[in-house]
Design a protein around this ligand. Structure first.
Ligand SMILES: [Zn+2]
Length: 81
């Protein structure tokens, strides 16, 4: 599980269950742990910085946010045992 925060103001954006290794370039809406989901672009609730743009990942026909480079910070959160 990843904790996603705004790179600008460090506000919490969501928790995210990443599938597969490698860079986090997009976040699928069905793997985001937040109640703030919209079909608009992803925006920081605190500083209103634009973090990513809404897209449909065509290979899987899944709604996702394409993250802008350097827009968010990621920290690994270990699941409770
Ligand atoms: Zn922010």
């Amino acid at each position: 599980m990843l904790s996603i925060t705004c790179a600008e103001c460090n506000a919490a954006i969501c928790h995210y269950q990443k599938d597969g290794p490698g860079m986090l370039r997009r976040m699928y809406l069905d793997r985001m742990n937040t109640h703030n989901l919209t079909t608009n672009d992803l925006m920081c609730p605190n500083c209103k910085r634009l973090l990513g743009s809404y897209m449909i990942y065509e290979k899987e026909n899944r709604p996702a946010y394409r993250l802008f480079v350097g827009s968010v910070n990621k920290a690994i959160v270990k699941a409770a045992k």
